[in-house]
Write a protein that binds this ligand. Structure first.
Ligand code: SAH
Ligand code: SF4
Length: 355
């Protein structure tokens, strides 16, 4: 019989599977998620008989590292192979260097960009992940293990808090159950203890699932890949817009429980001569009226075979200035990791070609 993946399970599920009492599960969580141990034999405070049983039933970590690249700006990209041979990528982005402030050392800050599917069903016109079609959902453990790997590989302190964005390959809300489970496993206090307030789900706009996620009241942050302000263009870029148009997405967002100190992030992929005009910026301001929002402008990152073009810096700046003048917080995402193709799906693509 195939072994189960330990990282797939929440503490209560493990108890239900016969790992009792609960404090044993907590101990296992600590060994795995805080000490980065992936061999049951090393877990000294776990009775030998239980260790043998666990070894029989489970493997701990489902991901094998097959490629690692570092860009000149410090962005690191990891390619992992799963048990069935499919690969996924994870990106580790350094948001802030270590610094000394008022005589005190402040740690570097990192964000982990995780994948939730191999491929994607949504089929956005600009996205490389979409080109290969949909292969399969990742299990909760395959999502969790990406973050676990970052902590282990970088030898981060067990208390180091990372930010997590579900912005890698795949549409997270299309893998709803496993996504929610992964959020909870990552947040478990005996494990990595990464609060949902540090986690952000990015979606292309599956309106009913946004509502469902809101109803779970997890405290999670929301990012919406908007990319266009009228339905005609948005349908061309994101086919899912036919099922859930812009208004339905906005309505779902209005119902979403947003932390008072937080905002909804709207991602706007800027494509030259497609959606980079000031008229679009104007419509965007209207659309976001009344929603605590921040806009993140993203340069389209070209890849071989695409007709879309990267906008120039001046156009980006004009778009940003317009929004800021209207009182909307707006940042331009620096093209982190350009030299290692760190946009969604691009490393995997490169590796598959070279194999
Ligand atoms: N499916 C989810 C999350 C993963 S996609 C979503 O669409 O929100 C994550 C981000 O990658 C999206 O905001 C998308 O706009 C961006 N992306 C996709 N292709 C890109 C490209 N060629 N250049 C730059 N960003 C890209
Ligand atoms: Fe899927 Fe997001 Fe890529 Fe669209 S942008 S195809 S939703 S991964």
């Amino acid at each position: 019989m195939d072994k189960k993946i330990f990282m797939d399970y929440l503490p209560d599920e493990l108890v239900d599977m016969g790992i009792k009492p609960k404090f044993r599960v907590n101990q296992l969580y600590t060994w795995i998620y805080r000490k980065y141990v992936e061999n049951f034999d090393e877990m000294q405070n776990i009775p030998k008989t239980l260790r043998a049983e666990l070894k029989d039933k489970f493997i701990i970590n489902p991901l094998e590292l097959v490629n690692h690249e570092i860009a000149s700006d410090g962005t690191e990209k990891f390619l992992f192979k799963m048990q069935d041979g499919h690969t996924v990528e994870t990106v580790l982005i350094k948001m802030k260097d270590e610094e000394i402030k008022d005589g005190k050392k402040k740690e570097a800050k990192y964000t982990v960009c995780v994948s939730t599917q191999v491929g994607c069903k949504v089929g956005c016109a600009f996205c490389l992940t979409a080109k290969g079609g949909f292969v399969r959902n990742l299990s909760a453990g395959e999502i969790v293990a990406q973050v676990w790997w970052m902590k282990k590989f970088k030898n981060f302190d067990e208390n180091k808090a990372l930010n997590i964005v579900y912005m890698g390959m795949g549409e997270p809300l299309d893998n709803y159950e496993n996504l929610v489970k992964a959020i909870k496993i990552l947040a478990d206090q005996n494990g990595m203890n990464i609060s949902p307030r540090r986690q952000t789900v990015s979606t292309s706009g599956i309106a009913p699932k946004i509502k469902k996620l809101g109803n779970e009241n997890l405290g999670i942050n929301l990012a919406i890949s908007l990319h266009a302000v009228d339905d005609k263009l948005r349908e061309e870029l994101i086919p899912l817009n036919k099922a859930y148009n812009i208004q339905s997405v906005i309505d779902a967002i209005r119902e979403f429980p947003i932390d008072k100190r937080k905002k909804v992030m709207f991602e706007y992929l800027v494509i030259k001569d497609v959606n980079d005009d000031i008229e679009s910026a104007k419509k965007l301001v209207k659309l976001l009226n009344g929603i605590p929002s921040k806009v993140n402008l993203i340069y389209f990152n070209p890849y071989p075979g695409t007709n879309f073009k990267r906008p120039d810096d001046e156009t980006m700046k004009k778009f940003q200035d317009y929004l800021i003048n209207k009182g909307i917080m707006c940042t331009i995402r620096k093209s982190k990791g350009m030299d290692i193709s760190a946009a969604c799906g691009q490393l995997r693509e490169k590796k598959l070609k070279n194999d």
